[in-house]
Design a binder for this molecule. Structure first.
Ligand code: SF4
Length: 415
């Protein structure tokens, strides 16, 4: 490997990390350095989830320890057979960069992932050393998210969890067949075994923390995972079902979806084109329906086209579900339970909670509801208000084009 200075390494290894979507940082424990103790904080303005146009999370120093790898996953630009420029940080270089960036107020924390060098254990030891040194040698109290290596010794994963706020292990592909085909050196049972171990450790430490104040924390922001979308034949319905199973079995905080992007010198087994970015967006919306709107995975999957198993791209999954289940509507905004209001297209969780609060004092009109939502046109066929009843609108055969968002011509020179 050519001798590179720190700036050149940073250029290569920050760019290589942009393919990883899983770096949002919500839900961690509160720590601060106010009072002169330590450095860093997860509070105050906190960790914002800002993303650069190329998808990188810009509030964290998001880098790889190295983009060299002994594995050859077809979809990965860093795979062994890829012809990319390689670089590698030492653990102490990552520590120094994190502290320097933090002091300059560039970042709120660190997201560290890595290709696999020498062995899974050796690589994991380096990753753990970065987190250990930040916490123990420098009393760093900012956010740390470590991408862990499922094949590494469980003791190393345990040590990672003692220093990091969040741990993640990528399941990589939505189906076991896809993983076997595109990442033949990886094993779905080993990945899931490591996720199971993390879940156990997180729950044990969380129980201990409730009983003993001095109990060590373990990954207080939980674990997450990431799936690549569009590199294999998995449908949106497959992906939703898989995500739901992962949430249930491993108590994940988040499943991230990353639209496959064709890489230079791509393997012949990969598709030539990336999937539409809107597909990734629809999957995130489906994910939200399960996590915040009380939809079961089968209900979300029901929003997909029965023939193709794919979510429609022109309307969101909640609207798609409502159009298929018109017998459940219209819903009376002044009487319906919360779970039915959450099913009304155009009403978000905050709007529903405000409605429930407001209707304790008075009956709500369509205009009242309209003030809580972006598009009253979208919800009119699905809602009864004090001065509004959709009558025939709900039953119209051409309802879909009426409620679908209008396509807008973008201005070429818009500001
Ligand atoms: S193990 Fe990770 S870094 Fe290595 S080729 Fe596979 S996806 Fe890429």
């Amino acid at each position: 490997m050519a001798q590179l200075d720190l700036r050149e390494k940073l250029e290569i290894l920050a760019d290589a990390a942009k393919y990883d979507a899983s770096c949002a940082s919500s839900g961690t424990a509160k720590r601060k350095s106010a009072g002169g103790k330590g450095i860093g904080s997860t509070e105050g303005m906190g960790i914002c989830h800002a993303y650069a146009p190329d998808g990188r999370c810009i509030s964290l120093l998001k880098i790889l320890l190295t983009n060299s790898c002994i594995f050859d996953c077809h979809y990965c630009i860093n795979r062994k057979s890829s012809n990319v420029r390689r670089a590698r940080f030492t653990a102490q270089e990552v520590v120094k960069l994190t502290l320097d960036f933090y002091r300059r107020n560039y970042i709120e924390g660190l997201f560290l992932s890595s290709g696999i060098i020498r062995s899974s254990n050796y690589t994991m030891e380096q990753i753990v050393e970065v987190a250990r040194s930040l916490r123990e040698d420098h009393d760093f109290r900012g956010y740390i998210h470590l991408k862990t290596i499922p094949d590494a010794d469980p003791e190393l994963l345990r040590q990672a969890g003692l220093h990091a706020d969040r741990l993640s292990i990528n399941v990589e592909l939505p189906t076991v067949a896809g993983l076997a085909r595109l990442a033949p050196e990886k094993s779905a049972p080993r990945i899931e075994g490591a996720m199971r171990g993390l879940r156990q450790e997180i729950e044990d430490k969380s129980d201990a923390a409730k009983r003993y104040r001095s109990a060590p924390k373990f990954a207080p922001a939980g674990q997450s995972t990431q799936m690549i979308v569009g590199a294999d034949a998995a449908t949106d319905r497959d992906i939703v079902q898989r995500a739901s199973g992962l949430y249930g079995r491993f108590n994940l905080r988040r499943v991230y979806y990353s639209a496959f992007s064709p890489i230079p010198d791509a393997s012949a087994v990969l598709p030539l084109q990336r999937p539409p970015l809107m597909r990734e967006h629809r999957l995130y919306q489906s994910d939200w329906l399960m996590r915040f709107y009380d939809y079961g995975p089968d209900e979300v999957a029901d929003a997909a086209d029965p023939a193709t198993g794919m979510m429609p791209l022109d309307i969101d999954p909640k609207l798609s579900w409502a159009l298929k289940h018109r017998h459940r509507f219209p819903v009376d905004v002044n009487r319906a339970p919360r779970e039915m209001l959450l099913r009304v297209p155009g009403l978000g969780v905050k709007a529903v909670d405000k409605i429930i609060l407001a209707r304790r004092w008075r009956r709500l009109s369509l205009a009242d509801v309209g003030r809580l939502t972006v598009s009253v046109a979208k919800l009119r066929p699905f809602l009864i208000a004090d001065d509004w009843r959709p009558v025939t609108l709900s039953d119209r055969a051409d309802l879909r084009p009426i409620v679908a968002p209008k396509k807008e011509q973008l201005e070429l020179f818009a500001a």
